[in-house]
Design a protein around this ligand. Structure first.
Ligand SMILES: C[S@@+](CC[C@H](N)C(=O)[O-])C[C@H]1O[C@@H](n2cnc3c(N)ncnc32)[C@H](O)[C@@H]1O
Length: 275
């Protein structure tokens, strides 16, 4: 079988429209070679003779099992622990103090619900769990729910496995690594059960409403860069609906949504609060 070289512009448009309607990601036409290479891997895996046959497969009912593989091939899942450390410093030093103060003043119950929306392989929600575990003495008696969601099943499988390479720990010092991981052979690190058990992972498409109890703090970072304004607006609507009143939205540096959050109160460069 002769391998197809690259998607034609017409084929690219078909895939672009399909993925946009499914998960809001707008593939950039200047990335046609990258996208072709990523889809070509799926062509080989599914033994489809060409891009058109693969398009037929992935958009058909019979190709339902291939759809998650296609999404995985297209999405960018890179992440690491404590990415953008200032966000976690706010969480651990400022936000937790605010919660404790509100509790002491009788303004809130000792419950905390956090959502890491688009968590990839789990580094973001696990970093939040580590912050909470490090503050466990002050948080005695509190119940904490941390939910990590992503559209990519293979990323969620990695998150549930809890095994990481040293590369993912570039922002962590050795003491923190030793505290929260055990080292396995071949420089693989296993997250300790105390942290692992704090996070529940589930599959979720940000284009859909979350259908869960409201969250006190939602993290949406390094994902909306791939969305166009229309799908960003849909995601923001869904996130704001899931935010408890007084709750915070933590936004990544490249989301491109700062001018779309007028319904929230700006509290910092990356931080928005629902009134
Ligand atoms: C680069 S990772 C970001 C991980 C983490 N939030 C961080 O900041 O490091 C982007 C993630 O967004 C996920 N994603 C893309 N579109 C999505 C959608 N429509 N719904 C849910 N997750 C999506 C991808 O699968 C990928 O795991």
């Amino acid at each position: 079988m002769k391998e197809p070289e690259r998607l034609t512009p017409q084929q690219f448009e078909l895939f672009q429209k399909f993925i946009f309607e499914f998960c809001g990601i707008k593939l950039d036409p200047t990335k046609i070679t990258l996208v072709s290479n990523r889809i070509r891997r799926r062509l080989l895996a599914t033994q489809c003779p060409d891009f058109s046959a693969y398009y037929q497969l992935v958009t058909s009912r019979a190709g339902a099992a291939e759809l998650p593989e296609f999404i995985d091939a297209i999405t960018t899942n890179e992440t690491w622990f404590f990415r953008t450390p200032s966000n976690f410093e706010w969480f651990k030093n400022t936000y937790l103090q605010e919660l404790l103060r509100e509790k002491a003043e009788g303004k809130r119950e000792p419950h905390l619900r956090i959502w890491s929306a688009a968590c990839s392989s789990g580094e973001e929600p696990f970093s939040l769990a580590m912050c909470l575990s490090e503050a466990s003495v002050s948080l005695r008696g509190w119940t904490v729910d941390i939910v990590g969601t992503d559209i990519s099943e293979s990323s969620l499988a990695l998150a549930r496995a809890g095994l990481y390479k040293k590369r993912a720990m570039q922002e962590m010092d050795d003491a923190r690594i030793r505290r929260h991981f055990t080292e396995e052979p071949s420089e693989i690190f296993r997250i300790r059960p105390t942290i692992q058990n704090m996070v529940a992972f589930k599959k979720h498409n940000l284009m859909k409403p979350m259908n869960d109890k409201p969250f006190d703090c939602i993290w949406i970072r390094n994902v909306l860069i791939y969305f166009n304004r229309e799908s960003k607006a849909k995601v923001i609507e869904n996130l704001v609906r899931s935010l408890a009143s007084g709750g915070y939205l933590v936004v990544g540096p490249s989301e491109g949504i700062y001018d779309m959050l007028g319904m929230l109160q700006k509290r910092g460069t990356f931080l928005y609060q629902k009134q």
